[in-house]
Structures are given as C-alpha cells and as structure tokens.
Ligand binder design. Sequence first.
Ligand SMILES: Nc1ncnc2c1ncn2[C@@H]1O[C@H](COP(=O)(O)OP(=O)(O)OP(=O)(O)O)[C@@H](O)[C@H]1O
Ligand SMILES: [Mg+2]
Length: 738
Amino acid sequence: MKKSPLPLQNASGASKNQKLGKEALVKLLRWHFGHPEFRGKQLEAIEAVLSGRDCFCLMPTGGGKSMCYQIPALAKKTGIVLVVCPLIALMENQVMALKEKGIAAEYLSSTQTTQVKKKIHEDLDSGKPSLRLLYVTPELIATPGFMTKLTKIHSRGLLNLIAIDEAHCISSWGHDFRPSYRKLSSLRSHLPGVPTLALTATAVPKVQKDVIESLRLQNPLVLKSSFNRSNIYYEVRYKDLLHNVYADLSDVLKSSGDICAIVYCLERTMCDYLSVHLSQNGISCAAYHAGLNDKLRSSVLDDWISSKIQVVVATVAFGMGIDRKDVRIVCHFNIPKSMEGFYQESGRAGRDQLPSRSLLYYGIEDCKRMKFILSNAENKKSKASNSQEELSKKSLTDFQQMVEYCEGSGCRRKKILENFGEKVPVTLCSKTCDACKHPNLVAKYLEELATACIVRQKAGSSRIFVGSSSNKVNEDQSSEFWNRDDEASCSEEDISDSDDDVADLVAVKSLTRSKLIDEKLEALQRAEEKYYQNKSDKQTDKLNKNAISDTLREASKQRLENAVKQAQQRLGNLKIEVEKSASFLENECYKKYGKTGKSFYYSQVASTVRWLSTVNSTDLTDRLCPITSSPSENTPLKTAPSASQSPLVETGPFATLSPLVDRATEITGNDLHESVRLEASVALSPTQSDSPSTILPAIPSFSEFINSKKVTDNRSSASEKQSPNGVEKNPEKKMRLR
Ligand SMILES: Nc1ncnc2c1ncn2[C@@H]1O[C@H](COP(=O)(O)OP(=O)(O)OP(=O)(O)O)[C@@H](O)[C@H]1O
Ligand SMILES: [Mg+2]
C-alpha cells in the first residue's frame, strides 16, 4: 500500500527546527508501519539520534532495531539516513518492505542495474534528494569514489544519520566478524558531526566496547535491552538417545501442523539429505546453502517468504536479515559453534512475539566434530599471531558454553542470558524450557547420555577424523567458516555468498551417493580407530594380549616344521635340516613382526607356510642358504618370500589380513570382510623391506589401503575401457573387485 508522507509539521505541531516530540514520533510509527506503540528502547534510541547524539543500541533479535533508524529517516523533512548492512539480501528485503510502504528507500550494490544505480546517484547529487534511506555495504563505503560522494552530501547538510546495522560484525571478538566492517572506523573522520547509531542483537561486554571504540562513538547513549526472548521455548534432544533422529524431526514438524520452520545444519550435504528426507515424509521443504547458485537460493528464499514452502533446511548462510515473522520452530540439527550464533539463529523464531520453539539436537559425535574443527582452526591460527591465537582459544571457550547449554541440567534460558552477562531472576523462565518444565526427565536423559558416552569410549567407536586426506583439503575452508578472513578481499558481489557454511569441512561422504561404500569405509575407519585406541589406551593390556608368547612361537615353529617336511618330500627328499630350517623361518617372522604383535606375526607365519607348499627347490635352498652356510641368525638372506615374489601373492601373505580388517569383520560382518579382503589382495602394492636381507610384505595402513584401492580401481576401469568390444581383459580380477 502506498502512502503519502505524513505532513510532519501537522504531526508534531513543530516548526522546521524543532525536535519532534514523542507523540509525533508515535504518529509516524502508526502511519507508516501500523504499529500502535514503540517497543522496548526504540523511542529512546530515536530521540537520541534525532538530537544529534551517538547511540549504541543492544536489542534482542526481532526486537525492532530497524525502526530506530527508519523512524528518524521519516522524521526529518530533508536529507538521508545512510544504513550500513552486511548482506545484500538483507538490504534487498528491507528496501523492498519500505518501498511497499511507500517510503523512498534504495540500496546500492553491484546487483543493481546500471540504470537504477544512475538514478540513485542522480538523486543523491540533486540539491534535495527524494531518498530517505540509502542502504550500502561496508565495502562500498571503503571505496574512495563513494566516500567523496558522501562527503559532498554531508557538506550540503543532507546526511542526517549513519546507522550501522549488525554492528557486532566490526569486532573480531564477535561471532560474525567481517573485516570489511573495520573500514567503517574512517567514517567519523570523513563525516564529522553526523550522529552514528550502532545496532546489534548480540554483543557480550567485550564486543560492545570494541564496537563503540572502533566506530569512534562520542559519548554515546548506550541502550541495552534484555536478551530474553520470552516467547521462545528452549529444548534440547539427545541424538544418542533417539532411535532415529530423522524420524524424530519429521514427527516434530508434522505434529506441529503446517508451520513455518528453519532447520540449521552444519554441512551442505546434510541440508540436501535432510531436505530430501523431510520432503519424502510429506513436509514441504527445501535446502538453502552457499553451494547452490544465486538463482536457486533466491527462489528458495522467495518460496519460503511467500509460504510456498514451510521449512528451509539451511546452513548459517541462511542468516541475518531473514525477516519472516511467523517462524514457529528453529531447529539446530547440529550443535552451533557459539552461544551468540545460537541466540541469533534461534532468535529467528517468533519475531511476531507469538509462542515459538527452539529445538536443538545434541549429539556426542557432532560435539567432537565441532571441537575438532575449532581446534584445527586454533592450530592453524596459532601460527599466525598472538591475537589470532587468543581468538581461537576463545572459540573453544565459546563452544564449551554451548556444550554446557546442552549437557547441563539447569534452566536453558538462564544459561543463554547469563552468557550475555545478564543477571537472571529464578522466576524468569517459568517453565518455558525443557529443563524447567521437565527437570526429572532432562536429568534422566543426561544420565543416559553420560552412560552412552562411557560405553562409546569403552567401545572406542569414535568416528572422528581418522587422518583422512580430506581433512587437509578442507582445512582452508575452515577459515571461511571461522571468521571470513578472506572477505577482506571480497568484491561487493561476493558478500551474500560470504555468509558461507562449513560445507565439506569435515570428511562426511555424500549421503546420497555411494552410501554403501561410505558405510563400509566408515566401518573400516572405526575399526582402525578401535585398533589404535586399544593400542594406546591399553598399553599394558596390549603387551599381554598382543604379546607373542613362547607357546605361540613353539606352535608356529611346529607348523613350519610340518610345512618344511612336506616341501622336502614334494621336492624329492631335498637335503635340508628340517628342524633348523623351521626354526630359521620362524625366527624371520618374529624378527619382522615380533614387536608389531601377534596378528601380524601370525599372518607372516601363515604366508610362509603357503609359500613352502609351492616353492621350488632352488628358491627353497636359496632361502635357507644362511643356515646351510652359517648358523648365525643375523646372516643376510638372499631372498625371501614377499608379496610380489610369492606365487601365492594373491591369496598368500594377506590370506589373513591385518587386525584392522579382522576387527572390521566384527563390526560389519563377513560380507564386508570378504570384499575388503579380496580387494586388498589385489590392491596392495609390492612390499619393501626395511632391511636388504628380508623382503616381507608390508602391512598397509588404512589410508594406504584406500589409496591403493583407488589406484587399482582406476587402473582396472581404465584397462576395461581400453579393452576393445567390451571384452574384459582380466575378468578374474574384476570379479574379485566386485
Ligand atoms: N514497535 C513495534 N511494534 C510492533 N512490531 C514492531 C515494532 N517495531 C518493530 N516491529 C516488528 O518487529 C519485527 C522485527 O523487527 P526488526 O527486523 O527491526 O528486528 P531486529 O531487531 O532488527 O531483528 P534482527 O536482530 O533479527 O535483525 C519486524 O517485523 C517489525 O515490523
Ligand atoms: Mg535487524
């Protein structure tokens, strides 16, 4: 609906130079926005800036901060209010909403056509701009050309106010630091005397101080409202105690009716997967993340704003400035990295002040993963500088507060508010969080969770980050997630995309593609971890359990003796000392794998037995040469059975695989074991000896195994491709690979 401007003199009964009184301001509010009264500290902020005073305004999410500069823009007959916004999407939304109300507002960004930009500049250059509000990015402010323009406008007395929205972005202590905001500190020197209004919903004391100092606010009026969002019910559910977390979320959304919701995930892949899952369960939803192209993203946003879809499953890219008032549920499917982020995101619920819900799914694995990400960032940044190191440490402390929010039994609301330095009366929550409403149940869950943790630790079932190459690759992205360092060099167009997520940050394989293979790999990773965990955790145990006993050595010697005897008979009673030979061969196995443990040792004995069953007389005599020429065990050998040399290579040395694979069997069953065993037998590379005398098969690490498997797979498929008329060159091998 278009409205003509409210005649200010009539509204206030004031002359040109007089300040508007409260009544006149309320009239403006009602006329333009249809709200009956100012909320919270809106009026105080408006009056302060209209009187020319700087103001720092801390209001909760959805508290109505925009009004604090929109009303002043309408209260002055001439001149403009300059609004600095971190995101183009945010500017677009606000400008569109203002235009719908008939208020002359524009934004300048490279997404605008040249024609539109030209029109805006012409208006600004005119003696009396018709514009009331001009939204810009911090990057544009930093350009000399635009600063010159602002200086000109200011010199003509037409710059009424500078409003810095989401002002916490200026502080590297804030959860959403944007280096481009730092450039705003030059505004004061270029545009002296213009009142500045800094607005934020999330600023702990340290950030508040930083914002005020960085923007060089002069004797500002500091307005702080409570962070309490009384209309939001806070709840945590424990993934590890749920039978099926996906089904649980589905149920929550379905049972809430056709409501509007946001589900936040840590990774893009999870957004895609969850969105598909929810859709399949009849929930109208779509994924939103920085991995989608601009067109798709804005169409998802449009569909959600216009209620065509009810649920958006998003990364943090679905962020600031999303102003749909009737969001009833904000769900965090993964634990957020800080209380500030959590507060901002959950605060997108219930901006209409109606009862709404924040639901966080807490999982032990998620928690470990986030800790890993943050520690990684810490390690990386501690190399950079001391202040960076301090920041990184802060990130872990911040995260710990989130963990306490989930793992503590006390009032959730209290925890949020105390995090922002507020003193909370006991009566404040009045059963508007799960911990206050169902204390016994929450206590029971926490107990069960603690038990689950212990069981997990005992089982060594952590899936967190086996040294996979993808970690390395993705390290760089963590900085983007962390504090958007790279934004300093971003062009204006990049801004909306810079609100990126940690997509691909962690080595989560595609859930939709090759799920089966991933599950197998995960099982192997778990098995390997389990193996190494057992190894480190139970050193003493290991020594006992994994130690090669004399009895085992004796038994192996006996086994080898039998094998030597059979070889001797097969080769026409070859002249060899059976017992001595067996002893020599056993000793070789022990020298190589005695320290590694009995499974490896046992594998080597088995492979030697197999080698003996087919060896020819020359090879055998050569092999036993040291004992025929010298009885010393240390005499170098000429040859030895190895993976590459043995005629039994494909089934020989690895007929019994490493403990890793043995353990994988325990977890995944025989199918996996079998397939891995067969694949490994093909894929393993020729072994190298650590001494020139003994050439024995190396036991591959999991990563080596995977890499060699990939190479073999590639080679195999390449050779198949090369094969004319689709005739398989190596059907046997292919069969094994299957
Ligand atoms: N005085 C008021 N009375 C009723 N509703 C209001 C009032 N002031 C603002 N609102 C409404 O409250 C909602 C939130 O306002 P706004 O977007 O300005 O909040 P915000 O504080 O900037 O939130 P965020 O921190 O999420 O950016 C808007 O829909 C707005 O129309
Ligand atoms: Mg806002």
